[in-house]
Write a protein that binds this ligand. Structure first.
Ligand SMILES: *Cc1c(COP(=O)(O)O)cnc(C)c1O
Length: 427
């Protein structure tokens, strides 16, 4: 398998783009390799510049849940493009996607569209600070909410992968308003509320974290957060940018039956185009400009092509029995990997949340970021490299989620498990 062209492209890219990539997780730095440059993708498959074919389990880091280049989505995008690509004025498409979003997430009465998950989380925090007239926020070690200054404190995803969770360039004056708690540990949250005399605007939490690898909320954890927030007059922001349409149609808040005050969405909601969203009950959302004083804006927000891709993707996802099938496919894959690990004597914890999962190479359970960090990252790199060679494209970091989609066939799963069996041998 030659990857000569990818290597050449990386060299060229690195001259004009820092690290040769436009988002750090795309680099294969954590696994000691060079990223593949992609030329096309279709269904469950992705193809690199050298023409190698892989079964894709990154799915653009979540959005491609119905598979790459789904004919319904691409044909709608083409038609939309013919009507013009951006107007900087409202369209009916925004109403359609907004109504669909509110139907899926009854905790929201209004929603605003932005162009990324980062923007959604950043704006949600601003709104919570304005609503409560407080500055401090609580987030969890290993949770990632995009790269806004307040949220880059002990963050997950690329920040965890590269060991720079506290980025230079974030003013200390701002970082001091971010308090970090331990995921699945309500006492650690309660302690911060008490320490700060309840001066907390919001608790922001991933619905089901995928950015320290997949970690599941333990029974009572999300509900406990909601109770604590109510008790202290803080808002609970559930960041469902990743989990929103990945656990079920309606996200972690539906699965765990917890209604947050504010919800952030992204990834799947844009069907592979740049869309983010945040929403809440009317009284909170009407504080936003131009209804209220809290400023938030975007030249390309609600872009007609992006809205179209989102609308078509959500339409497809409502097909009968699809999530059942998706979760079953994911379970088959995860059960298979667990069985292989046991048989091959490779200690691993496989955490699954809906259609996302992570194989942590550690022997204990993984319920928070400290647990995740006990994983053997050298072993992960080897696993990643072997899988890639066998044509299975996994996220290049121990601290990321693997994304299963509706395009993954029985054959894909079979081939992946065969590859996993060989990859775990002598790992
Ligand atoms: C991906 C992600 C974000 C950031 O979204 P971008 O579109 O990359 O800015 C925020 N929160 C969570 C939970 C995410 O998974």
């Amino acid at each position: 398998m030659s990857t000569k062209k990818s290597a050449q492209l990386l060299k060229k890219a690195a001259r004009v783009i820092p690290g040769g990539v436009n988002s750090p997780v795309r680099a294969f730095k954590a696994v000691g390799g060079a990223p593949l440059f992609i030329s096309k993708a279709k269904g469950s498959r992705i193809y690199d510049a050298d023409g190698n074919e892989y079964i894709d389990y990154i799915g653009s880091w979540g959005p491609m849940i119905v598979g790459h280049a789904h004919p319904k989505v691409t044909s709608a995008i083409k038609k939309a493009a013919d009507r013009g690509t951006s107007y900087g004025a409202p369209t009916g498409l925004e109403i359609t996607l907004a109504e669909e979003t509110l139907k899926a997430f009854p905790s929201m009465e209004m929603v605003r569209f932005v162009s990324s998950g980062t923007e959604a989380a950043m704006s949600a925090i601003r709104l919570a600070r304005a609503y409560t007239k407080r500055d401090n926020i609580i987030k969890f070690d290993g949770c990632y909410h995009g790269h806004a200054d307040s949220l880059l404190v002990k963050a997950g995803s690329g920040a965890a992968t590269f060991g720079v969770p506290d980025s230079p360039g974030v003013p200390a004056d701002l970082a001091k308003h971010t308090f970090n708690a331990v995921y699945n540990d309500l006492d650690s949250v309660r302690a911060i509320f008490e320490e700060t005399g309840g001066n907390i605007a919001c608790v922001i939490v991933e619905g089901a974290p995928g950015n320290m690898g997949v970690v599941l909320p333990e029974p009572g954890f999300l509900g406990g957060l909601s109770t604590l927030c109510k008790q202290y007059g803080a808002l609970l922001i559930m960041d469902e940018v990743m989990s929103g349409f990945r656990l079920c149609y309606g996200g972690a808040q539906k699965v765990y039956n917890v209604a947050p005050d504010v919800t952030c969405l992204g990834k799947v909601i844009g069907g592979g185009l740049p869309v983010g969203a945040f929403g809440a009950r009317r009284g909170i959302m009407e504080m936003l400009s131009p209804s209220g004083p809290v400023y938030q804006a975007g030249t390309l927000s609600g872009n007609p092509i992006a809205m179209t891709a989102g609308i078509e993707t959500l339409k497809l996802l409502q097909g009968k029995g699809l999530y059942e099938r998706l979760l079953k496919t994911t379970a088959t894959l995860c059960d298979g990997i667990r069985e292989i690990g046991e048989r091959r004597g490779v200690a691993c914890a496989v955490n699954v949340a809906g259609s996302m999962f992570t194989v942590f190479f550690t022997d204990g359970k993984v319920a928070n970021y400290d647990d995740a960090k006990t994983s053997d990252r050298a072993r992960f790199s080897k696993w990643f490299g072997r899988m890639l060679k066998a044509g299975v494209y996994l996220p290049p970091s121990q601290f990321e989620a693997v994304f299963v989609g509706l395009a993954h066939s029985k054959d894909d799963i079979g081939h992946t498990l065969e590859a996993a069996d060989k990859a775990m041998k002598g790992l």
